[in-house]
Design a protein around this ligand. Structure first.
Ligand SMILES: NC(=O)c1ccc[n+]([C@@H]2O[C@H](COP(=O)([O-])OP(=O)(O)OC[C@H]3O[C@@H](n4cnc5c(N)ncnc54)[C@H](O)[C@@H]3O)[C@@H](O)[C@H]2O)c1
Length: 439
C-alpha cells in the first residue's frame, strides 16, 4: 500500500490501528481511537494487564475521569481488542508505540523496552505501515535507533516499505482523556507527506492544534517542555530554601512575584517524581553531552529537585527537636507514597527517597496512601504511636482529615507539610516547606 492510499484509509477510518504498550499512555490512546470509530488492537507483553483490559477493567487505579467507563464501552462494542501476540499486528495499517523510555542510574537513555518492541514489530509489519512512536525520546533517537532497528528487524526500508513518525504524548495522570483530546500535539513525520498522514490520524481524536514538524523537532519539543518544567520547579524550590533561611514565606513571595508581568513562578514542594519529569531532562541533554557541549543548568535543576525529599527529612528533624524527640528514635507517619495527588503512580516517587533516608537513620516509618494497595488503611489508626506526620502528597482525602483526631493519635503534635496543603494549625508544631520559623 502506498502512502496516498494509507492516508485515504486513515481519513475514512478504515485503517486498522495497533497500539503497542498499554500503560498510562497507550491505554487511553487505544480507547479514544476506538471511540472515534477506528478498529484498534492493543498489544502489551504483560499478560495480567492484557487480561484485565480484555475484561473491560482499567488497570489504572487513581482518579482518571471517564477512562474506566470508556474502556468498558469500547471493549464491549469490539472497537478495542487486546493481545500479547505480535502476530496479530500483521493486520495493522498504523502502529503507535507507547512503551516506557526510562534512563539508567547514570542518566543515560535506557531503550530496552523500545528496542524489544521494535524487534518484535519488525517481522510482522504490513507493507506500507505507518509506525508512530509516541514514547518520549532523546533528540536524534528516531533516526539513530528506531529507523535502523526497524529496518534490520523487518528487512524493509523506511520511506519505501514503511513510514515513520514521532508524535510524543502530552498527557498527565489524572487528566489522561482530557489531555489527549484537548492538548495540542506535534506531529513529526519523516517527510511532509508522512506528517500530513499523521495529522489526518490525530484529528480524529485531538480537538486542538496539530503542529507539523520533523522527527527531531518533535523529539526536542517534548523533552524541552518537560525540562522547562523541571528547571522552573527547581527555581521555586531554591527560592523556598532561601525563604526558610532569611525569614520569608515562599507562598506569599510567589503570589507577589507572579504579579510582576511575565512571571510565572511554579510551586515548590517535597520533590519531583513520575515517569517523565525526572528523566526527560536527561533525555534532552544526552546527545549534546556526548558531543562535549557544556550542559549546566538542566543537571543543576535535577540535583535541586532530587534533594527536596532529603530537605523534608531535615524539616522533620528540626520539628521533632522542638518536642524533644530525636529523629533516629522516632516513628514517622508518611502521608502519600505516589508522586502525584489522587494518582496510583509511584514511579520515582519522592516518598521513596524520604523513606529510605529515614530508615537509614534508624527511624521507624509507617506509610499511608489511599491509592497504593500496600499502604492503604485508616489514617488515624496508623498514626497511633507515631511521633510526627509528614505530608508528601496532597491527596484530596488528606485535605479533609480531622486534624484534632490526628493530633490525639500522634504521640506529639508534629506535622511537616511538603505541599502547603494544610491551613495553619494551632496547638501543633506545624512546618511548611518554604516558610521560616523561630523555634
Ligand atoms: N505517564 C505519563 O504521564 C506520560 C506522559 C507523556 C509521555 N509519556 C511517555 O510515554 C511513554 C510510556 O509511558 P507510560 O507512562 O505509559 O509507561 P507505562 O510503563 O505505564 O506503560 C508502558 C507499557 O508498555 C509495555 N511494554 C513494555 N515493553 C513492551 C514490548 N516490548 N511490547 C509491548 N508492550 C511493552 C509495558 O508492559 C507497559 O504496560 C514513555 O516514553 C513516557 O515518557 C508518559
Amino acid at each position: 500500500m502506498g502512502l496516498d492510499e494509507l492516508h485515504a484509509r486513515i481519513s475514512d477510518k478504515t485503517a486498522q490501528l495497533g497500539v503497542i504498550g498499554m500503560g498510562y499512555v497507550g491505554l487511553p490512546v487505544a480507547c479514544v481511537f476506538a471511540k472515534a470509530g477506528l478498529s484498534v488492537l492493543g498489544v502489551d507483553i504483560d499478560p495480567q494487564r492484557i487480561d484485565k483490559i480484555a475484561a473491560g477493567v482499567s488497570p489504572i487505579e487513581g482518579d482518571e475521569p471517564g477512562l474506566a467507563e470508556l474502556l468498558s464501552e469500547v471493549v464491549k462494542t469490539g472497537g478495542l481488542r487486546v493481545t500479547t501476540d505480535y502476530e496479530e499486528v500483521r493486520a495493522c495499517d498504523v502502529v503507535t508505540i507507547s512503551v516506557e523510555t526510562p534512563v539508567d542510574a547514570d542518566h543515560r537513555p535506557a531503550y530496552r523496552a523500545l528496542g524489544s518492541a521494535l524487534r518484535s514489530l519488525g517481522p510482522v509489519m504490513k507493507p506500507g505501515v505507518l509506525v508512530i512512536v509516541e514514547s518520549t525520546l532523546a533528540p536524534g533517537t528516531m533516526m539513530s535507533l528506531v529507523k535502523p532497528v526497524l529496518e534490520d528487524a523487518s528487512g524493509k526500508r523506511a520511506g519505501e516499505h514503511f513510514y515513520l513518525g514521532h508524535c510524543p504524548e502530552r498527557v498527565m495522570p489524572g487528566r489522561l482523556l482530557n489531555n489527549l483530546r484537548f492538548v495540542s500535539r506535534v506531529c513529526g513525520g519523516e517527510t511532509p507527506e508522512v506528517t500530513a498522514a499523521m495529522i489526518s490520524l490525530y484529528c480524529h481524536v485531538v480537538q486542538a492544534d496539530l503542529d507539523p514538524a520533523d522527527c527531531v523537532t518533535a523529539e526536542l519539543v517534548k523533552t524541552a517542555e518537560n525540562a522547562y518544567r523541571d528547571v522552573n520547579i527547581a527555581f521555586a524550590n531554591e527560592v523556598a530554601l532561601i525563604c526558610e533561611a532569611v525569614g520569608g514565606d515562599v507562598w506569599k513571595v510567589r503570589d507577589l512575584v507572579n504579579k510582576s508581568p511575565g512571571r510565572n513562578m511554579l510551586l515548590p514542594g517535597a520533590g519531583v517524581g513520575g515517569h517523565c519529569i525526572p528523566k526527560d531532562p536527561w533525555l534532552l541533554v544526552s546527545r549534546a553531552q556526548e558531543q562535549g557541549v557544556p550542559i549546566r543548568l538542566i543537571p543543576a535543576a535535577r540535583e535541586i529537585n532530587d534533594t527536596m525529599p532529603l530537605h523534608m527529612a531535615k524539616l522533620l528533624d528540626q520539628a521533632l527537636a522542638e518536642v524533644g524527640t530525636a529523629i533516629d528514635n522516632a516513628r514517622i507517619l508518611v502521608m502519600g507514597y505516589t508522586y502525584l495527588e489522587n494518582s496510583d503512580d509511584t514511579r520515582n516517587s519522592p516518598s521513596t527517597v524520604l523513606v529510605e533516608a529515614l530508615r537509614q537513620r534508624g527511624t521507624e516509618v509507617v506509610i499511608h496512601d489511599p491509592y497504593v494497595a500496600e499502604y492503604q488503611g485508616e489514617l488515624v489508626e496508623m498514626a497511633m504511636g507515631c511521633d510526627a506526620a509528614v505530608m508528601m502528597v496532597a491527596h484530596e482525602v488528606y485535605r479533609a482529615v480531622d486534624f484534632e483526631e490526628l493530633r490525639s493519635a500522634l504521640r506529639s503534635p508534629v506535622l511537616v507539610d511538603g505541599r502547603h496543603a494544610i491551613p495553619s494549625l494551632t496547638g501543633w508544631v506545624h512546618r511548611t516547606i518554604g516558610q521560616s520559623f523561630t523555634p
